[in-house]
Design a protein around this ligand. Structure first.
Ligand code: HEC
Ligand code: HEC
Ligand code: HEC
Ligand code: HEC
Ligand code: HEC
Ligand code: HEC
Length: 498
């Protein structure tokens, strides 16, 4: 037999190693071609192509080297040269059986091995794995997600996306996460913002097409005040969610200004990006306007050194799926549905208070809510307590439900920890910039006018006339606070315990 390689190559260990490495290499080449040909490759392919097969490849190469080293050692020790490969004679029935056994076995091992690693991989990508395996750690994110508009969108669609590079990045940081969970090293709550979240163009915009944001969206909100009668009032407004499609003529609205035509860059003083002293907007023709806060004193120098970022979806929609609702909002919603009976005296304020105590465990929260609400009616409204037991019980059940979906004492998660940048009532949100106090050198102001972002169509208090206009009415704050709602940010009052 003519030998191409040095004789030390020809030993059983090296040859097996070479076979493993060779097969792995061919498979990698095959899968990479497949991935290149496919328009949006499944993220599932990544692990096989870039992690599992290369592991086999390196293992094979390791065998090759080990075999050669072993052979050299034998040579040095003067042992006979190693090519002691068995001679297989397929006419010999014992050899034939062994051969059949060996080949079938090999095929099976490769087949099953490949299949199970694929399944293992698929599992690490599943919402169950992401959300349930580390149960307490991810419970807040997973629970909020299940009740959100994205409940049918997999975790990986936003957190990883397609293609190999983010896949590898996320698996590397994922391994660190598994380690930190095992050794209890993770911070509670899990910190946000996520530093290396994939750019929104490659996640959100794969499903939502900014060019196709049109028109306005009507909101009808029902509120109940924290008074004895739970005074009800309603508000209708049109949210100007228009986007931009230049081909279809001039359009305007929140998305057009923020994303497609304009480039908005801002500087933030804190990691959560809540304090924004400096904003630059650049139009497509290159005209720049710089707005600076008249309230936050910072030098040009520290702005140059601060964190700067070009605005994208996440700067407004930072909580598209892990939404922890403020208690007043959840309770208003359930009361509007009638599941918490608005006829129970003071039920709005009692429900909100019951939710807001600083409980230390989920169970103690659930128990205390029941106790607190029952106690309240027993001692303050004994007649109601006697006559409306059913309504009180269902209030308890609904408040407990709100609690278990929005409060996670074990991880210290609640609506106050995670700011939501959409809107301006409970968090600074849009008013981080649009507070009427960000001014350009030419005197242009980032407007806080109530009909800039939405048109307030109608507002009605329980005993009052309906005020309505398609052109937008003037807002009336539900309780008399003078002009404070025009001068302060809404969240200055609404984010504190009322
Ligand atoms: C619609 C897209 C989307 C989906 C689907 C999604 N997430 Fe998120 N996730 C986000 C965004 C956006 C953030 C916050 C990013 C930021 O502020 O930096 C986030 C943040 C997180 C955080 C950090 C803590 C926090 O609350 O900010 C964890 C943990 C997390 N997600 C886990 C999950 C898990 C587990 C799933 C699936 C059960 C999932 N995510 C599904 C978009 C998504
Ligand atoms: C895999 C596709 C997919 C991805 C990726 C995705 N979304 Fe969505 N999004 C949806 C679907 C489906 C809905 C629900 C539409 C419905 O029910 O009308 C939705 C709804 C929404 C809504 C409307 C919510 C509401 O209250 O009605 C917003 C806002 C939104 N997504 C923002 C985002 C942002 C921001 C990201 C990126 C972090 C993102 N989405 C990523 C598919 C996706
Ligand atoms: C300036 C802040 C801002 C930015 C940036 C932004 N949005 Fe929005 N978006 C909003 C607001 C405000 C609404 C309306 C929310 C509401 O009606 O409650 C909205 C609504 C939406 C909706 C729901 C539309 C509907 O018909 O109900 C989707 C989907 C959405 N945004 C996706 C995106 C995506 C994707 C991006 C990034 C390309 C993005 N948004 C960037 C502020 C923003
Ligand atoms: C980082 C600062 C920043 C934040 C946060 C921000 N905006 Fe803006 N917004 C701007 C800038 C800058 C402009 C462009 C002003 C100009 O014309 O130069 C703008 C313009 C707009 C316009 C167009 C106004 C007009 O004159 O027609 C709307 C509508 C708007 N923003 C809505 C929103 C909404 C809704 C939010 C919150 C979800 C929001 N913005 C959050 C900086 C911001
Ligand atoms: C920069 C844009 C912008 C400006 C200016 C603005 N709003 Fe809003 N407002 C929003 C957005 C966005 C939401 C929707 C929040 C949501 O869907 O959760 C909202 C929601 C509201 C709501 C309902 C809040 C809730 O969650 O129940 C009220 C009330 C409101 N705005 C009043 C006002 C008043 C009063 C002014 C004038 C002082 C004003 N807004 C100015 C963007 C704006
Ligand atoms: C000086 C403090 C203060 C400011 C500033 C303020 N509010 Fe209020 N707001 C209150 C108080 C107090 C109530 C009554 C709370 C209750 O009865 O539960 C209230 C009630 C409300 C409610 C009904 C709340 C609910 O839980 O059902 C809405 C909506 C509201 N305010 C909107 C706004 C908006 C929008 C702004 C900013 C433009 C704003 N407020 C600014 C103090 C304030």
């Amino acid at each position: 037999m003519k030998r191409i390689f040095p004789s030390s190559f020809y030993n059983i260990i090296t040859l097996i190693g070479a076979a493993i490495a060779g097969i792995s290499f061919l498979l990698i080449a095959f899968l990479m071609t497949l991935e290149a040909l496919e328009e949006s490759p499944s993220p599932y392919m990544g692990i096989i192509t870039f992690i599992i097969l290369p592991m086999f490849l390196f293992l094979g190469l390791l065998f090759v080297v080990l075999g050669i080293l072993r052979e050299h050692r034998r040579e040095r020790l003067g042992k006979p040269h190693g090519l002691h490969l068995p001679i297989v004679d397929l006419n010999n029935s014992r050899h034939r059986t062994a051969f059949m056994f060996f080949t079938t076995g090999t095929v099976l091992v490769f087949g099953i091995g490949g299949f199970t690693s694929f399944k293992a991989y698929e599992y690490t990508e599943s919402d169950q794995f992401c959300g349930e395996t580390c149960h307490t750690v991810m419970e807040p994110e997973y629970t909020a997600y299940q009740y959100s508009p994205h409940a049918r969108v997999g975790c990986v669609q936003c957190h990883i996306g397609s293609g190999a590079s983010y896949f590898v990045k996320s698996k590397l940081s994922g391994s660190y996460q598994v380690y930190s969970v095992l050794f209890n090293k993770y911070p509670k709550p899990i910190p946000t913002p996520i530093e290396n979240l994939r750019p929104a163009q490659q996640t959100c915009e794969q499903c939502h097409w900014p060019k196709h944001f049109f028109n306005e969206k009507e909101h009808t909100n029902t509120y109940f005040l924290s008074d004895d009668k739970n005074t009800k009032w309603t508000l209708n407004y049109l949210m100007k969610i228009g986007g931009g499609n230049v081909e279809a003529g001039p359009t305007s609205g929140i998305h057009w200004h923020m994303n497609i035509a304009h480039e908005v860059t801002y500087a933030a003083l804190d990691k959560e990006r809540q304090i924004i002293p400096w904003v630059r907007s650049r139009t497509p023709d290159g005209k720049e306007t710089i707005y600076r806060s008249t309230e936050i004193e910072v030098s040009d120098d520290s702005i140059a050194r601060s964190f700067q970022r070009r605005m994208d979806c996440i700067d407004c929609h930072n909580r598209p799926t892990h939404i922890y609702h403020p208690p007043a909002r959840s309770v208003n919603h359930i009361m509007a549905l009638g599941w918490i009976d608005p006829k129970l005296p003071n039920v709005k304020s009692v429900s909100v208070k019951a939710l807001e105590f600083p409980y230390t465990t989920k169970q103690s929260g659930l128990d205390s809510i029941k106790l607190y609400i029952n106690e309240y009616y027993k001692s303050n409204h004994p007649d109601v307590y006697a006559s409306s037991k059913v309504a009180i019980d269902s209030t308890v059940a609904e408040v407990q439900k709100i609690f278990s979906r929005n409060y996670f004492p074990e991880m210290s998660v609640n609506w106050k920890y995670f700011t939501n940048n959409i809107g301006h009532l409970y968090y600074p949100g849009c008013f981080r910039c649009h507070d009427g106090k960000h001014v350009s050198p030419e005197g242009k102001v980032l407007s806080k006018d109530c009909n800039t972002c939405h048109t307030i169509l109608a507002q009605q208090f329980e005993q009052d006339t309906l005020r309505i206009s398609l052109g937008g009415i003037e807002y009336h704050h539900p309780v008399d606070i003078g002009d404070a709602w025009k001068e302060m940010n809404c969240s200055d009052c609404h984010n504190s315990n009322q």
